[in-house]
Design a binder for this molecule. Structure first.
Ligand code: DUC
Ligand code: ZN
Ligand code: ZN
Length: 471
């Protein structure tokens, strides 16, 4: 097995930073050494990578992506191949995607379909959550089987999208009880979909069809109400660990904070779009351009301070994770499906490539510490979702490493840094400090010198254990 020394950098973990060299043996971290210590120990690495003036951090872990997701009469535009290459460009070394079961279909078939899409096509390692779109006897049985046999220890339920992926409160309670028994974690799309559908129909009937009405028909109250209800159901189901996905609103965050103060096992994530993009500046752009920013939960108004509150929630650990909810569509022919009717615009924004960059900008802006950047983008997502060897640089961990240049800059945009399979960027023109320098996946360099040098098929399926937080 070959050895690699990452020398001269500053190693950042969730708990601190220090000048150190990282010794890699094959696919794993062998040691974290004092600067120059390798030579004094007589270690002669096969390869040395100079990380002087750079940060050396665990590779990013994005626990919320949707590659090749069939939805709204189309399919999200990144395949596992294009999406994981783009992720690598962004310093991400593991994704967890959502295998999806829709009502009436078998969970096992849904999972098999996702394995087929991903196997042999990934540039980085990957795992799956399972969406349960139809809670019934069969799917409940399958949930237990997946935990015991397939390395799938988290299940996403929807309080939105009646008739598509929606679960009613009784179904949610049953799925939560099942997870409580198996030790699994429930992820929740917390929006009151029954009420939202009424508002959507009323808006369309009034002729309010522009993209901006996507946000006004999904008001913060209906995100907060569903978040509250999900928390109560989780409590009744034996305090099952509950993880609220794609949180966008201050009022929903307050529900999570209150639950945490009450000692409940409630976690939440937000995504870069909710920290940087808004109804006024993006979704409400004139004409149909706002369609680029249609996602659910929706972008919120900037005057209501949601963005400030979300950054604060990240600092205070009310929000444990930043993921992307990477669900890309091209503007042409995909977003355009909703011309004249915002409810037909495919829901999603692509961002898997830019999370490390955008959240590092939060460090530069004084919103977060460097350690918290690492913690929310790598260490906690790995621990929370049972990725035992990911998210840390310590002996025995997978040698998934991002070497980050704090003196570089990154310009995001379709003609600048952009490798996702989308004909636009939601972050077009953003110039951020810092730059991905080198990326290693299990000891293999996959990005260096502004080139992807990895291999499609290198990425392996990771069977996940139960959440490390609550064992
Ligand atoms: N929820 C997601 O998590 N992703 C895309 C759309 C949605 O509603
Ligand atoms: Zn969702
Ligand atoms: Zn999603």
């Amino acid at each position: 097995m070959s050895t690699t020394l990452l020398s001269g950098g500053v190693v950042i973990s969730a708990t601190g930073r220090r000048a150190a060299d990282v010794l890699i043996d094959g696919e794993s971290i062998a040691a974290i050494l004092a600067p120059g210590q390798a030579a004094s120990l007589g270690v002669v690495p096969d390869t040395t990578i100079d990380a002087t003036d750079k940060y050396v951090v665990p590779g990013g872990v994005d626990v919320h992506t949707h590659m090749s997701l069939p939805t709204s009469g189309t399919e999200s535009s990144d395949t596992f191949e294009t999406g994981t290459i783009a992720a690598a460009w962004g310093g991400v070394t593991t994704i967890v995607d959502f295998a999806t079961q829709t009502a009436g279909l078998s969970v096992h078939d849904g999972l098999a379909e996702w394995h087929e899409k991903a196997a042999g096509n990934c540039a980085i390692d990957y795992g799956f959550h399972q969406v349960i779109g139809g809670v019934d006897e069969e799917s409940l049985k399958a949930m237990t089987y997946l935990v015991d046999n397939e390395g799938i220890t988290s299940f996403k339920l929807f309080m939105a999208y009646p008739g598509v992926l929606y679960s009613d409160d009784g179904q949610i309670l049953r799925a939560m009880q099942n997870a409580s028994e198996s030790g699994a974690l429930i992820m929740m799309h917390a929006e009151n979909g029954i009420a939202i559908d009424v508002l959507v129909q009323q808006a369309i009937a009034r002729g309010d069809t522009d993209p901006r009405f996507h946000s006004t028909t999904r008001p913060v109250e209906l995100e907060a109400e569903a978040t509250h209800r999900a928390i109560q159901l989780a409590k009744v189901a034996g305090n099952v660990p509950l993880y609220i996905v794609h949180m966008s609103a201050s009022e929903a965050l307050a529900e999570v904070a209150a639950a945490q103060n009450a000692g409940l096992n409630v976690f939440a994530e937000t995504c870069p779009q909710y920290l940087y993009l808004s109804l006024e500046d993006h979704l409400a752009q004139p004409g149909f351009d706002g369609a680029k920013f249609v996602c659910s939960t929706p972008l919120r108004t900037k005057h209501e301070h949601h963005q400030n509150d979300l950054w604060k929630g990240l600092r205070m650990n009310q929000l444990a994770v930043v993921s992307t909810d990477h669900c890309p569509f091209c503007f042409k022919d995909q977003k355009e499906l909703g011309v004249g009717d915002f409810s037909k615009i495919p829901n999603g924004i692509g961002g898997v490539e830019h999370r490390m960059e955008l959240i590092y900008q939060g460090v530069v802006a004084g919103e977060l510490s460097l350690e918290r950047w690492v913690e929310t983008c790598s260490t906690t997502p790995a621990r929370l979702f049972g990725l035992e060897k990911k998210g840390v640089l310590e002996p025995g961990a997978d040698a998934d490493v991002l070497i980050w240049d704090p003196n570089g800059t990154t310009t995001i945009g379709v003609n600048d840094k952009h490798h996702m399979n989308m004909d636009y960027s939601a972050y077009e023109g953003f110039v951020v400090d810092g730059k991905v320098d080198t990326v290693l996946s299990r000891g293999t360099v996959i990005v260096e010198n502004d080139s992807f040098v990895g291999r499609v098929g290198h990425g392996k399926y990771i069977k996940r254990s139960l959440s490390n937080y609550l064992r």
